[in-house]
Design a protein around this ligand. Structure first.
Ligand SMILES: [Zn+2]
Ligand SMILES: [Zn+2]
Length: 306
């Protein structure tokens, strides 16, 4: 189960009612932040998910509206009492940028472990949480993200009984251990059902739509995606600056068969993003105009939906 909170929905410069785009994820008590524009920590304080458990920060790219909030946030996490290492993931150049920002946040009571990622990399972000990235098409290297939580197959008690496994040994099998009963060996796979669908979301901002990104986020439960420009008329500007229009973002969500679409990273040419809702839903009905504080929980499907 993943909780998601959109902290901001702005692009380039923060506006009084449009903080810069950042997304917070919570799972099993851990927090992971996606992008950290100027003022992100103010939004984090407003919504009370805490600072101390911020285990990782994942960056799309290194433009200021996605990273300038880092040094202040580092201090606030330190003040919250964190001593465990914090992991930072981002594209090529992340180490140099974070080290530069650390000049004004030099002493911290926790270690910072930095990882620069390449196109197609996959890794374990947290225990049981898989992350994958693809390079998008922006003015500098920019990563699209897919985060997935797998679900363990169901334990089949009837199967275990049939194989003669006493109930006292069931938990060992559920933990993945092999159980030996006399000369019979029972493996976890012998008493587990078929693979079950987990949950997944995508975070894609500051890029054109590409086939690689479509593949990356194919079928996710939720896609959080930029819509820097609102109108078809701005298509040329979107192309020039490596962004999407609302029409392109909705088309992207539709083609990737996502379960839901949150639009964010609205540029200054959009006066009021909320007014775009009818047009967006006409293009892709599962679209929500992202506003600060928008939250959802991605839960494993109930047995009837499996
Ligand atoms: Zn941006
Ligand atoms: Zn950018």
């Amino acid at each position: 189960m993943i909780d998601l909170l959109l902290l901001g929905n702005g692009a380039m410069v923060p506006l009084p009612n449009r903080p810069l785009s950042a997304l917070l994820m919570r799972i099993n008590g851990s927090l992971v932040l996606f992008d950290c524009g100027e003022g992100t920590q103010v939004q984090m304080r407003k919504f009370h998910w805490g600072f101390r458990n911020l285990d990782a920060i994942c960056l799309s790219h290194l433009h200021a509206d996605h990273v300038a909030g880092l040094p202040g946030l580092f201090h606030t996490v330190a003040n919250a009492g964190r001593t465990e290492p914090m992991h930072i993931y981002g594209p090529t150049g992340t180490i140099a940028v974070v080290q530069g920002l650390r000049v004004i946040a030099d002493w911290l009571p926790y270690d910072m472990v930095m990882h620069e990622l390449d196109d197609g990399d996959t890794f374990e972000l947290l225990p049981g949480v898989r992350a994958g990235v693809r390079l998008g098409l922006h003015r500098i290297p920019c990563l699209g993200w897919r985060i997935a939580v797998d679900r363990a197959p169901a334990f089949l008690p009837a199967q275990a009984r049939e194989l003669g496994v006493p109930q006292t040994e069931w938990s060992r099998l559920q933990r993945g251990e092999v159980v030996t009963l006399g000369d019979v060996t029972v493996a976890p796979a012998d008493v587990m059902g078929p693979p079950r669908r987990g949950v997944a979301f995508g975070f894609v901002t500051d890029t054109r739509v590409t086939p690689e990104l479509r593949e990356l986020v194919d079928g996710v439960d939720l896609l959080v995606c930029e819509s820097t420009y609102g109108l078809v008329d701005d298509a040329e500007k979107a192309k020039e600056w490596g962004h999407m229009t609302l029409n392109q973002a909705c088309g992207f969500g539709s083609e990737a068969n996502v379960g839901g679409l949150w639009l964010t990273h609205f540029g200054g040419t959009i006066d009021d993003p909320a007014l775009l809702a009818p047009a967006a839903r006409a293009l892709f009905p599962a679209t929500t105009i992202g506003q600060p504080g928008l939250t959802t929980t991605l839960a494993f499907p109930t047995p009837a939906e499996d």
